[in-house]
Design a protein around this ligand. Structure first.
Ligand code: MG
Length: 387
């Protein structure tokens, strides 16, 4: 029996890579649902190519145009913001791969967990914002969560080498982004175009900016806490500019187990789809002999406040991670629109955290409320500091 896959966010960078992987995996996998927000032409092409029986357009204003694009192609069209949840809950779906930017994918991820689906999660937000709620829901309904984020996939893979009780520390590697050796005054003057040029990974604009501020790694620290059920003190970060060692686990006997490979997202995507098996992959094979050396260094946490903030946020818990994430989304948008400086991104996030009253043990409504509050507060703040 083929495995049936739903891809939420199928027209983005991860979504299109996932479809390439599924194409190369052949008939053992079937694409049954595709979802996008605005890119209806790309979505229509994908529906045709993969003969997907379900498609979702979450922007209701684009639904009619999408219908016209598809013409008489046999496909059930779901429209509006709830369409993602409908895709995630379809009975015939086995694996829900989520790659929806921002907090928008959260209800669908929770719905998939309630339905006991296998969740392949590429975006950080569900675990960052609602880590406790999501992991508890998944546990209660027998849903498996498999990470696609390259570092967490690496940790997940290396954890196969030992028992989770024997983990001393998880070491997330970070490329350090394009500004890891910058001086503070240089950092303050960074323009959007410079920040969008990432040295090793080719990704969407939001995550590329997050990589430059190291907010990406900060969010990954929070993600790791929930995915691997470890206290935040056991999560460490090392700068590794070559992006070859995708992350490591140190066990209590001192053994450090690492996963290495070329920086290619198709590898973690494929592992989440074929787990626990491995299959031949079209990704380029790593040639260690061509690399010569791999380097590691401690991150400069004075320059990159985001990392320090992540540990604070993890200790605060409750609604703090939701605020951390939402404030950052707003600040990144403001920076990309050239309304605030690069340095203001993390400053905005920190100011929001300081102003927020954390609610412990939040339910989904509390998390949405904190998210909305942070967006509003960050927006006002970004406006006030604007360049
Ligand atoms: Mg990552």
């Amino acid at each position: 029996m083929p495995k049936n896959v739903a891809i939420l966010g199928s027209t983005g960078s991860i979504g299109t890579s996932a479809l390439r992987v599924l194409e190369s995996l052949g008939p053992d996998f079937r694409v049954v649902a595709l979802a996008a927000r605005d890119s209806i032409q790309a979505l229509a092409d994908q529906v045709r190519r993969f003969r997907a029986p379900h498609a979702a357009v979450t922007n209701p204003k684009k639904a009619d145009a999408f219908r016209r694009l598809l013409g008489d192609v046999p496909c059930r069209i779901h429209a509006g913001p709830e369409a993602l949840e409908e895709m995630a809950a379809l009975d015939e779906v086995d694996i829900v791969l989520t790659a929806v930017v921002g907090a928008a994918g959260l209800p669908a991820v929770l719905r998939a967990a309630e339905k006991g689906k296998t969740l392949a999660i590429a975006n950080k937000e569900p675990l960052v914002i609602a880590g406790r709620l999501l992991t508890e829901t998944a546990r209660a309904h027998g849903a498996r969560i498999l990470p696609i984020d390259s570092e967490h996939s690496a940790v997940f893979q290396t954890l196969q080498a030992g028992d989770r009780r024997d983990v001393r520390r998880i070491i997330l590697t970070a490329s350090g982004g394009p500004f890891r050796n910058a001086r503070p005054e240089e950092l303050a003057a960074v323009r959007p175009q410079q920040a969008l040029a990432h040295p090793t990974w080719n990704m969407g604009p939001k995550i590329t900016i997050d990589s430059a501020t190291m907010m990406n790694k900060a969010l990954e620290i929070l993600e790791a806490v929930w995915l691997f059920d470890v206290p935040v003190e056991k999560v460490d970060v090392l700068i590794h500019p070559e992006s070859i060692v995708h992350s490591m686990v140190e066990f209590v006997d001192g053994a450090i187990v690492a996963q290495l490979g070329t920086p290619d997202m198709t590898v973690p995507i494929q592992y989440a789809l074929t787990y626990p098996r491995r299959r031949p992959s079209p990704a380029a094979t790593l040639r260690l002999e061509d690399l010569g050396c791999l380097t590691f260094e401690r991150p400069d946490t004075t320059l990159f406040r985001s990392l320090e903030l992540a540990y604070e946020v993890a200790r605060l818990g409750g609604t703090a991670p939701a605020v951390f994430n939402a404030a950052n989304e707003v600040a990144v948008d403001a920076f990309l629109a050239d309304r605030i400086t690069f340095a203001h991104i993390v400053e905005t996030v920190e100011a929001c955290l300081e102003a927020h009253t954390v609610k412990a043990e939040p339910d989904l409504d509390d998390l949405y409320e904190a998210d909305a509050w942070a967006r509003d507060h960050a927006g006002q703040r970004a406006h006030a500091v604007g360049r």
